[in-house]
Design a protein around this ligand. Structure first.
Ligand code: DHB
Length: 392
């Protein structure tokens, strides 16, 4: 009896041990999943292409294992439809059990997903969208792109310093455009300037002809423009076709309009355009040179733009945080993202632990021909700029 019990005990113990081992082995083999939701098709597909390539490059350069487990990035295409972004995020959290959500090509996509991040306590890394309020939509949002108020306020300061007093604004008619318009116009007026007209174009299939006619009639010293990544080339073409470049109206804006992805094909109309932005492929640093060379090599010569840098840095923030938590997600992962300081291809950056937003240099750049190619050449900067939208 005694012996039988002991044997049974040993058998049970062996069984438990066996299961335990099998269990931990299975765990060790389980990948750590990250859900990357991007517009891979549709109007903002260039954003998806750039970020996807940058995330792949980061993992190729830095390895894709954490605590002995493989990191698997699951890319989903939301085709720039926010309801789709939200549904994909839900599936990634519930079915795939991702430790982090990332991507988000436009503000409405990020806003639609924020409640899912909050409810499931899943860190959500915004790599593209740039409306100030996104980080306030969920305590689980961390941003590695930029904010429109950063670029808009910087541009207004530059206009004031350069004695540009009478301006017209032209923005895409949705949240980041409203931020770009408001923060620029408010700072212009504060500095004693005048905004004689505020024009807006629809996000989908904009037609610039009617607004450019209005700009011509208003005859400002400068036209300030924000359009989402991918629309700059079409705008520049019409600006030139309508002869506005020859009419003595200076073109200024956030760096989205001289997007490095398209800039080289814009032609002479882009020469001399001054913008404020956080990244230029022409940024002079060893880290950026290495990034640009590797990115081009891996992508058939494609030049990285500011979206690529948002994706590259976002992947860095996630991987470094996963190293701290040894692969765990939730609040621990979020906390490990807060306060990260590192050298990005754009320069020194900080993830502000209080706002979870990015603090970085806002550069002033002028389009010039360098080595036969058009580039945003940086000539000045506002250092370590926080989001002016958080200082209300
Ligand atoms: C947003 C999208 C862009 O393509 C861009 O250049 C800036 C902001 C946005 O929707 O937030």
């Amino acid at each position: 009896m005694q012996k039988r019990t002991t044997l049974r005990g040993i058998a049970a113990a062996t069984l438990t041990l066996g299961l335990g081992l099998a269990g931990s082995q299975a765990l060790a083999a389980d990948p750590i999943k990250i859900g990357l939701i991007l517009p891979m098709t549709g109007q903002q597909a260039t954003t998806g292409r750039q970020i996807d390539a940058a995330v792949k490059l980061y993992l190729a350069q830095n390895g894709n294992t954490i605590a002995g487990r493989k990191v698997e990035v699951i890319v989903k295409d939301d085709a720039t439809v926010p309801d789709t972004t939200r549904r994909l995020a839900q599936e990634l959290v519930v079915q795939e059990k991702v430790v982090a959500l990332a991507g988000f090509g436009i503000t409405p996509a990020a806003m639609a997903t924020a409640p899912i991040a909050t409810q499931s306590k899943t860190p959500m890394v915004v790599m593209a969208a740039a409306t100030s309020a996104i980080t306030e939509a969920s305590p689980f949002v961390v941003r590695t792109s930029f904010t429109l108020p950063q670029a808009a306020v910087a541009m207004a300061e530059w206009a004031n310093k350069n004695k540009i007093k009478k301006v017209v604004t032209l923005v895409s008619d949705y949240a980041p455009g409203i931020d770009a318009e408001r923060y620029f116009a408010d700072r212009m007026v504060l500095n004693g300037g005048t905004v004689v007209d505020k024009l807006r174009t629809p996000l989908r299939s904009p037609d610039f002809a009617p607004v450019l006619q209005k700009v011509r009639d208003a005859a400002p010293e400068a036209l300030y423009v924000f359009l989402p990544s991918g629309q700059g080339a079409a705008f520049m073409k019409q600006f030139a076709e309508r002869g506005l470049d020859k009419a003595g109206i200076r073109l200024i804006g956030t760096g989205d309009i001289t997007d490095d992805d398209q800039l080289n094909d814009m032609g002479d109309v882009a020469l001399g355009v001054v913008t404020a932005h956080h990244y230029s492929a022409n940024h002079k640093s060893a880290a950026n040179q290495k990034f640009v060379d590797a990115f081009k090599k891996a992508n058939n010569g494609m030049r990285p733009n500011f979206m690529a840098v948002g994706g590259y840095d976002g992947m860095r923030v996630i991987m470094e945080a996963l190293k701290v938590t040894k692969g765990a997600g939730g609040e621990a992962l979020l906390n490990a993202m807060k306060g990260q300081v590192f050298e990005s291809p754009r320069g020194q950056v900080l993830i502000d632990a209080q706002t979870r937003d990015i603090v970085h240099d806002m550069y002033f750049r002028k389009v010039e021909r360098v080595g036969g190619e058009l580039h945003n050449v940086e000539f000045d900067a506002i250092k370590a700029m926080k989001d002016p939208g958080k200082q209300k």
